[in-house]
Design a protein around this ligand. Structure first.
Ligand SMILES: CC(C)(COP(=O)(O)OP(=O)(O)OC[C@H]1O[C@@H](n2cnc3c(N)ncnc32)[C@H](O)[C@@H]1OP(=O)(O)O)[C@@H](O)C(=O)NCCC(=O)NCCS
Length: 125
């Protein structure tokens, strides 16, 4: 059973601008340490930060909460399988919300071009 679906698009140059202006303060607010480490080892970090930003907003739409007091940026983590396939790991409020909703599986897909990053999340029970 599908419990929720969410998608989001993010402009990469807006993320690049936030990184330039706020640096680590911005990154640690929205990404967990291993996500930051992955992005920073890529040729254009902002592309991968934008995709993770989109993934978290997409997940927040799938849960129906948005990002805020109920579900925070750091309650969601994008990880990668060795093949490169992404997955969304839930922490703290994310885990609790999934448990209350009966979500047992979270599906994530990411995409990016030079200008835009996008993500879709499906919550399955
Ligand atoms: C829910 C959220 C992700 C929407 O993202 P957005 O960039 O404002 O808007 P988008 O254009 O991507 O999406 C808009 C659509 O999201 C949907 N939406 C809004 N609230 C939603 C919710 N609680 N659950 C599911 N979908 C929601 C609506 O369909 C809306 O379209 P509509 O207004 O035409 O009906 C956003 O409100 C949010 O929580 N963002 C985090 C904000 C933040 O902390 N920014 C700081 C950056 S450091």
């Amino acid at each position: 059973m599908i419990h929720g679906i969410g998608m989001d698009l993010v402009e990469v140059d807006r993320i690049e601008d936030s990184i330039r202006r706020f640096g680590d303060r911005f990154l640690v607010r929205i990404l967990r340490p291993e996500e930051i480490q992955y992005c920073q080892t890529q040729g254009r970090p902002a592309l991968h930060v934008a995709a993770r930003f989109a993934a978290k907003e997409a997940a927040s739409k799938a849960f129906g909460t948005g990002i805020g007091a109920e579900l925070g940026w750091l309650d969601l983590e994008v990880v990668r399988h060795p093949s490169g396939k992404p997955a969304l790991v839930l922490h703290a409020s994310g885990l609790e919300m999934a448990r209350l909703m009966g979500v047992v599986s979270v599906h994530l897909t990411l995409t990016h071009t030079v200008a835009t990053a996008g993500a879709t999340v499906i919550l399955e029970g």
